[in-house]
Design a protein around this ligand. Structure first.
Ligand code: DQA
Length: 143
């Protein structure tokens, strides 16, 4: 069983980017944590990042064919992207929206998610642990 973990714009900057908000771990560290969590959960993980909206759209389509579920941190596209909303709607595997920070405790423009209505659920505010919680959720809903 394979799950996709998809990361959107600026997440390649994790560790350097606003560490007071996002912490000191790099995306490589988060990937390593996801790989070890998935090993314990008996899942295979395909972990990716892109700064381009279209890549995320294509990867969601791919996940619809080749995964049992998706955890996606769409970064700022969360708040803007009808294309990601539609891509999530276009696939039948469950998609979980993930955020490192508590978007609801931040600027107003981060309070609304364009993708949440298309997702199975949302996990935010637990730092990089948000990803691990999403993997546990995927495991339990796909068992
Ligand atoms: C984020 C929150 C978004 O509002 C922001 O644009 C990001 C990261 C998070 O993981 O907390 O890039 O998705």
């Amino acid at each position: 069983k394979t799950v996709f973990v998809l990361n959107g714009p600026n997440l390649n900057m994790l560790g350097k980017r606003e560490p007071g908000i996002y912490g000191g771990k790099t995306l490589k560290d988060v990937e390593a944590d996801c790989i070890s969590a998935c090993r314990e959960l008996g899942l295979d993980v395909d972990f990716r990042q892109s700064n381009h909206e279209g890549d995320l759209v294509s990867w969601l389509h791919e996940a619809g064919e080749h995964s049992v579920g998706v955890a996606i941190n769409a970064g700022a596209y969360t708040h803007t992207s009808v294309a990601l909303h539609d891509a999530i709607k276009a696939i039948t595997v469950p998609v979980i929206e993930v955020h490192i920070s508590n978007v609801h405790a931040r600027e107003e423009f981060r309070h609304h998610s364009r993708i949440a209505p298309a997702c199975k659920g949302v996990i935010c505010g637990f730092g990089p642990t948000s990803y691990i919680l999403a993997l546990h959720a995927l495991k339990s809903i796909t068992d």
